[in-house]
Design a protein around this ligand. Structure first.
Ligand SMILES: Cc1cc2nc3c(=O)[nH]c(=O)nc-3n(C[C@H](O)[C@H](O)[C@H](O)COP(=O)(O)OP(=O)(O)OC[C@H]3O[C@@H](n4cnc5c(N)ncnc54)[C@H](O)[C@@H]3O)c2cc1C
Ligand code: SF4
Length: 324
């Protein structure tokens, strides 16, 4: 690993001013479970000269509920979210998503802020020593389009349709289904507007912007949320596809639905067509299956990932039934 300075920030303002001083030569570090692996493997052509440690800033690690809004500090560890009784009770999709993320060790280190700001997973992009300087790193081509794309997007690409790397977060679809907001050092952003596909960027955050907390409105009494994930291994693995849903019902029928897939597209994929199909229906297998089919009606898989379409369809169906 190349040498870098490590700065312990004591306040958000101090962290912001260090980011401004270094520009794109600095990076924030929270749990480090994503960032340090990237640095050790030297997957990018450039490395941060300075890491700004957020863990030394007091008051960013908390879970509380006030006035029917759940607030989670950006530095809250995934394990704490997974076991918190308030989250498990009122915001089940988020607790379940945190609980299915990575492994116990990673959940003890990894934070919610880092989880939504983590980088993409594409084995060409992540190959050690920057062996594949692809489009997403500012290079000229995508290696996955003609190569091994079995874990890539089934809904098309971006960076002018050239990159098909998926967004891997488990908590992101839960936050979108629950209609959360991300509070930063500058503004408040809807979770659904937070993710972006740019060269070496996965969010809309500016270079000097820091996630400080996440706000989740308590779902109405007649609503239930759930999260499901398909991964090759049960213990520690990124999702092949995951899905979170928040479904309200009245007199046995679905009255409102928010459904979000992830790991199947370059950013979390709101399954709007599935939402349209399921509203007005009862919770039964056939209607949930029809919603699953609607969710993947615009899928355009690559040569090696057609199997993910069926998995995405099933994830939507199971997420809906989990809310029944
Ligand atoms: C083996 C392995 C398996 C994994 N499996 C999964 C999985 O199944 N599901 C899943 O979702 N993830 C998985 N991950 C990813 C890991 O869980 C997430 O990377 C973790 O939540 C990141 O949190 P962190 O605090 O360690 O982030 P860091 O590594 O510290 O940071 C990640 C990125 O976010 C930025 N960042 C961190 N905090 C902030 C903030 N407050 N404001 C702005 N930017 C910030 C950093 O600058 C960095 O770019 C896995 C990782 C590994 C190594
Ligand atoms: S899918 Fe994206 S990250 Fe992967 S090789 Fe292609 S351009 Fe690079």
């Amino acid at each position: 690993m190349k040498k870098f300075s490590h700065v312990n920030a004591l306040t958000i303002d101090e962290a912001v001013s260090i980011l401004r001083r270094y520009g794109d030569r600095a990076s924030l570090i929270a749990g480090g479970t994503d960032l340090l692996g990237k640095m050790k493997d030297r997957i990018l052509s450039r490395y941060p000269e300075a890491l700004v440690n957020l863990k030394t800033i007091p008051g960013l690690d908390f879970i509380k509920e006030e006035n029917r809004i759940l607030e989670i500090g950006a530095l809250t560890r995934l394990e704490d979210i997974a076991i918190d009784q308030t989250v498990r009770g009122g915001y089940a999709a988020l607790a379940q998503a945190a609980n299915r993320t990575a492994s116990p060790h990673l959940r003890e280190m990894g934070t919610i802020g880092g989880n939504i700001c983590q980088d993409i997973r594409c084995w060409y992009y992540r190959h050690p020593n920057n062996r594949f300087p692809c489009l997403r790193k500012g290079g000229g081509r995508c290696y996955a389009i003609e190569g091994d794309n079995r874990y890539h997007s089934i809904f098309g690409g971006s960076v002018e349709e050239g990159c098909y790397a998926v967004h891997p977060s488990d908590t992101a679809p839960a936050l979108i289904a629950l209609d959360a907001e991300i509070r930063t050092s500058k503004r408040t952003i809807k979770a659904g507007d937070f993710f972006q596909v740019e060269v070496t960027k996965t969010t809309v955050l500016d270079e000097d912007e820091i996630v400080t907390k996440i706000l989740v409105p308590r779902p109405p009494e007649n609503a239930k949320s759930g999260f499901v994930k398909f991964a090759l291994r049960k213990t520690i693995d990124f999702p092949i596809v995951n899905c979170a849903a928040l479904i309200s019902s009245s007199e046995g029928k679905v009255s409102a639905a928010r459904i979000c897939l992830n790991a199947g597209y370059v950013k979390p994929y709101r399954a709007s067509r599935a939402e349209e199909v399921i509203v007005g229906k009862t919770f039964n297998e056939a209607d949930a299956e029809a919603a699953g089919s609607a969710a993947v009606s615009e899928a355009k898989p690559l040569p090696h990932n057609g199997y993910m379409v069926q998995i995405a369809k099933t994830m939507v169906k199971r997420a809906i039934l989990a809310c029944g």
